[in-house]
Design a binder for this molecule. Structure first.
Ligand SMILES: Nc1ncnc2c1ncn2[C@@H]1O[C@H](COP(=O)(O)OP(=O)(O)OP(=O)(O)O)[C@@H](O)[C@H]1O
Ligand SMILES: [Mg+2]
Length: 438
């Protein structure tokens, strides 16, 4: 099938590169800005619009919105700059066919168009997605293909009501993803109730989840809505679901199957309209093998799973997210940057605590780098895997530390450098050895 394509970009170079490449296969027109694009779309019938997001006049999202208003059935491919996961998700949500993050290979664009030609149900899909209103916001920062793929799935899943299971190591962003599912769904203006199944004792959890009627047990002196009911019309996020005890697992499964809940001591079933989001950092497969997790519940949860890879498997995210945290935690009037050496060290680290660990590292580094405005390697509280280095740090005696601080006239920065430890480590050592002012 031959496609009629419009390429929109106010940058002459990128516009022409795409045009030149695609003209080998398809009929290609170009528009030099958003306004021009809208005129072209109005008076022609395109199959595909490939549009840059950042343009001087009307941005790519607005072009898409205006195009949708005209009821033109073209498929929209938005081109975004790196690190704009949020925009990409919004684009999909508002009905974009795809997005490409810069820089991309022409072959990738071609694959995309091939896929598009092969799909027969696109038209219906577009009809479904059209006109979805967006007002949520999210700080999902990413620069990685893998993660963008997850966000894209998330955006699609958010449109439905199916239960979702989010898995991933600690600190990978499960909770923030759960919130995003809610924010990007039609339930966004209703409640998002988050429950950590691990933090509430099993005996209490049941009455917290199901609620109770007056007199259900000693101390139940008035009726209480449980979390299921509190999340009515909204979303319920059950975190650490792997730790739920077996008895409650049966009860939860029943709620999922019947979409009804009965308060403890109650006699009537209450209909639920709740979107369930589950998360766990436990290995559910293993729990299943150990018979600590019911297989029927397991298979029900596994239907729609979003897995968040650890940070060490998406290293391209490290620096952009670090820079995001620098912005987040520094005050508006200061500009703090990462030195190249610091970047190298950040890239080398394995982050067992994932994004939360990176967040903590940056937060304390900002405080230490405040005078210079540059984060240096010794500002980063990272245990370099170099064993001798770690050992050396541990073996520093109180006397040595006091001696060096004295030699440096009390200047902690200089002393830390001389001792070859980060300033954060020096402060910890000072505390550990109860070293008073020297
Ligand atoms: N892509 C991201 N961009 C910016 N910040 C992020 C991103 N992903 C996660 N974070 C931040 O990292 C921290 C950890 O995320 P979150 O609490 O969602 O992880 P989690 O997987 O639920 O962790 P745990 O298993 O320990 O509960 C939070 O402060 C969150 O705001
Ligand atoms: Mg969490």
């Amino acid at each position: 099938m031959s496609l009629r394509i419009l390429v929109v970009d106010d940058d002459k170079n990128s516009r022409e590169i795409i045009q030149m490449f695609l003209s080998k296969y398809y009929t290609v027109d170009v528009a030099v800005n958003g306004v021009h694009a809208l005129e072209m779309i109005k008076s022609n019938n395109y199959d595909v619009i490939i549009c840059d997001f950042v343009m001087n006049d009307v941005d790519g999202m607005d072009v898409m919105r205006e195009m949708n208003k005209m009821n033109k059935g073209a498929h929209f491919i938005l081109i975004t700059a790196f690190g704009t996961g949020d925009i990409a998700v919004r684009a999909i949500q508002e009905g974009a066919y795809e997005y490409l993050s810069k820089p991309f290979k022409m072959s990738k664009l071609k694959d995309l168009l091939n896929k598009l030609v092969a799909r027969t149900d696109i038209k219906e899909q577009k009809q479904k997605n059209k006109g979805k209103d967006y007002s949520g916001h999210s700080i999902l920062n990413t620069n990685s293909e893998v993660f963008l793929e997850i966000l894209k799935n998330m955006a699609r899943i958010a449109q439905t009501d199916v239960p979702v299971l989010i898995t991933g190591e600690s600190g990978t962003g499960k909770e923030i993803l759960a919130k995003s599912i809610h924010e990007y769904s039609k339930r966004k203006n209703k409640s998002f109730v988050a429950v950590n199944c691990n933090a509430i004792p099993a005996t209490l959890l049941e009455s917290e989840l199901f609620g109770y009627e007056k007199g259900a047990f000693t101390g139940a002196d008035k009726p209480k809505k449980g979390y299921f009911e509190q999340a009515q019309n909204g979303s319920l996020f059950l975190d650490e679901i792997g730790d739920l005890d077996m008895e409650l697992q049966v009860k939860l499964l029943r709620v999922l199957q019947e979409n009804q809940v009965r308060r403890i001591g109650g006699s009537k079933d209450i209909n639920l309209n709740v979107r369930f989001i589950f998360a766990t950092n436990a290995d559910l497969d293993e729990k299943l093998r150990e018979k600590k997790f019911r297989s029927d519940l397991y298979y029900r949860l596994k239907v729609t799973e979003l897995h968040l890879p650890p940070l060490r498997e998406r290293k391209e995210d490290i620096i952009p997210i670090a820079e995001f945290f620098i912005q987040k935690y520094s005050s508006t009037d200061e500009s703090i940057v990462l030195s190249d050496k610091a970047k190298k060290i950040l890239m080398k680290h394995d982050y067992p605590g994932n994004i939360r660990e990176l967040e903590n590292i940056i937060r304390s580094a900002i405080i230490l780098a405040r005078d210079t405005g540059i984060i240096m390697p010794h500002d980063l509280d990272i245990n370099l895997s170099d064993k001798s280095y770690t050992k050396f740090k541990k073996n520093l005696t109180r006397d040595e530390i006091v001696r060096v601080i004295r030699e440096c006239g009390g200047n902690k920065k200089a002393a830390a450098e001389k001792l070859n430890v980060s300033r954060a480590t020096l402060y910890r050592l000072i505390k550990k050895h109860s070293i008073e002012d020297v």
